[in-house]
Design a protein around this ligand. Structure first.
Ligand code: GTP
Ligand code: MG
Length: 582
């Protein structure tokens, strides 16, 4: 294989920093034709990352296009556990014996790791062919040939560590609060929060690479399988540190017999039959769980959760640091991810608002990583989308209108459910709504602080409130399996907590309007005040609040006397009472 110029490679370390628009020209120098880096040069937009504020100028990729490019990129990529002290220049020179390198970065996760993307897939085979099995120690090694390597130094003392690390973690609360306090406006705060938390280019690459490594393991049983990331890793709403949802797609294997017919004959594979799809799913996942546990390097804490509504295998991928959930027979979730990707890409305000609401909910313990009666991030995202559909003019189109825009190619029925919607982002008209993020955030809290949860449901298909079909405290219609409620798990007390916090947040943002911008530089303002625990908020604004509550009550009393009608303000805190009883 040709050895590219080392001078060029030494410039690669610049790419290990977080990507910014300023750094992209470096990629131009390095891109190989026909690769994702070449596309970056063409589009000035990494696939799968939708930046805010530039939407109108950027050609928008279809979800499937973005996924295919990322997958192809991951197949040319290897993961290497490196010694603590390594010379980046020598490391790259050594690897480039196997072919030109398109991109690389280093990160830390209980050790130093390098992600190296070659320009060609053959380079990976070349590297594998030169790699040896570990020398025998006290323990016996199970032979396994993958794209996950261990690099050792022959001469321990001669190397210096001089690599730059790519950050894979969300900011600390301290740093976050500092950058938020330094922002110029609430709009600026929301956009800053998005920038701090959104998945970086490197983190996205690592997610696709992890799926690709798991696919190699699954391919031992199902040679044509694809392991696809879904959920927040790909729907544009992922925060650094979020889990990695994986879908084992066996469609190719399943469809093989349907199109290979000749004359009067139809040849079918001999297969084992089981009583139901669910049992088939459980068997497949059970075997893969065993396989990951016993043979796949870096997969630890493998749990088979096969009796869940959606059976899954959960494990930690130690090297990447991702908590992974592997499912199969879960195609609708992949389609939901595609729909959210579209909504996230349509308007720059959507992601900023969703990230803020998700962070707000997490800060107030409304969401949790443990399953329970809490609202999930998926439900919160649906609530934000629904709210944005109800604005006048709407910020986002309804799912029904996205269905109307669909063409024959977009037609999609999964298990009898209509999952048709337009996939080409360029065919959706931009919104005429010009409301600021600050207004939208305030209105979001106001809207849900007063929502008639006791009788109405949330429905992004139609973008308007509808009667609840059952007595679940919170009813958010599943967009594709329309008879299901995605928030069925939420109990009355969690809903009430959400409503209470939404009301409190409306109040805090109203105070911002009254107080004006803070000039002292030491007050928690705007988003920071919203993210602080309720107790902390009360402490800082308590005095003003009681004054405000009294004046509110007097105002209301006067008005009710004037109009001779009873107002619905009975709360001692001066808040409007909202019934959330079913
Ligand atoms: P994170 O909390 O950041 O992981 O968000 P997420 O969107 O990835 O949520 P999660 O990991 O819980 O679920 C992954 C995906 O599964 C979601 O994005 C949805 O597509 C789908 N999903 C999750 N919960 C439900 C549900 O209750 N009903 C349906 N139909 N799909 C769900
Ligand atoms: Mg997830």
């Amino acid at each position: 294989m040709a050895v590219p110029g080392v001078g060029l490679l030494t410039r690669l370390h610049l790419c290990t920093q977080r990507r910014t628009r300023v750094q992209r020209p470096v990629l131009r120098l390095l891109s190989c034709p026909g690769t994702v880096a070449e596309d970056l040069r063409r589009d000035e937009q990494p696939p799968g990352s939708v930046e805010t504020g530039f939407e109108d100028k950027i050609p928008k990729k279809r979800f499937s296009e973005m996924q295919n490019e990322r997958r192809e990129q991951a197949k040319r990529t290897v993961l290497i556990h490196c010694p603590e002290k390594i010379s980046e220049k020598k490391f790259l020179k050594y690897l480039s014996q196997h072919g030109p390198i398109n991109n690389h970065f280093f990160y830390e996760s209980f050790g130093l790791y390098a992600v190296v993307e070659f320009c060609q897939k053959e380079s990976v085979h070349s590297l594998q062919n030169e790699t040896c099995a570990p020398s025998k120690g006290i323990e016996a090694a199970i032979p396994f040939r993958s794209r996950f390597f261990n690099l050792k130094l022959k001469n321990q003392t001669s190397e210096r560590s001089c690599v730059q690390m790519s950050n894979q973690l969300p900011p600390s609360s301290k740093k976050l609060f500092q950058v938020l306090c330094d922002a110029e406006s609430i709009d600026d705060q929301l956009n800053t929060l998005l920038k701090e938390f959104q998945l970086t280019e490197e983190n996205t690459k690592l997610r696709y690479l992890t799926c690709s490594l798991i696919e190699d393991v699954a391919a031992a049983y199902f040679p044509d399988c694809i392991v696809r990331p879904f959920g927040s890793s790909v729907n544009t709403f992922g925060k650094l540190g979020c889990d990695l949802d994986m879908f084992l797609d066996l469609n190719e294997t399943r469809n093989l017999s349907t199109h290979k017919t000749s004359g009067n004959f139809l040849m079918e594979f001999q297969v084992k039959n089981v009583p139901s799809e669910r049992i088939a799913t459980q068997k497949i996942l059970s075997v893969l769980g065993e396989c990951l546990d016993n043979f796949s390097p870096g997969c630890v804490g493998v749990q088979k959760i096969l009796n869940a509504r959606c059976p899954l295998v959960r494990f930690s991928h130690q090297a990447s640091g991702f908590q992974c959930d592997l499912t199969t027979n879960n195609r609708i979730a992949l389609t939901s991810s595609e729909l959210l990707y579209i909504y996230g890409a349509l308007d720059s305000r959507v992601r900023a608002l969703v990230f803020t609401v998700r962070c707000w909910a997490r800060a107030h313990l409304l969401t949790s990583s443990i399953p329970g009666a809490w609202i999930t991030n998926f439900s919160l995202t649906m609530m934000v989308i629904f709210f944005l559909q109800t604005r006048s003019p709407p910020v986002l189109p309804t799912l029904d209108s996205l269905q109307t825009l669909a063409d024959a190619e977009d037609k999609c029925i999964i298990e009898g459910n209509n999952c048709t919607f337009v996939r080409d982002l360029n065919r959706i008209k931009p919104s005429e709504n010009t409301e600021t993020l600050e207004i939208l955030l305030k209105e979001f809290f106001e809207y849900f602080g007063n929502f008639a949860f006791n009788k109405n449901s949330i429905n992004i298909r139609q973008g308007r409130e509808q009667n609840k079909p059952d007595s679940s405290p919170l009813y958010i219609q599943n967009p594709f399996e329309t008879s299901l409620n995605i928030s069925k798990n939420v109990n009355q007390s969690q809903l009430q907590k959400f409503v209470h916090l939404a009301q409190e947040s409306t109040w805090i943002l109203q105070q911002e309007d009254l107080d004006g911008p803070d000039t002292s530089g030491n007050r928690s303002w705007g988003l920071v005040a919203l993210l602080l625990p309720s107790g902390a908020n009360r402490k800082s604004v308590g005095k003003k609040k009681s004054k405000k509550a009294t004046s509110e009550k007097i105002k209301v009393l006067l008005e009710s006397i004037k109009s001779n009608r009873t107002e619905n303000f009975t709360d001692t805190n001066g808040k409007r009472n909202v019934s959330t009883q079913t």
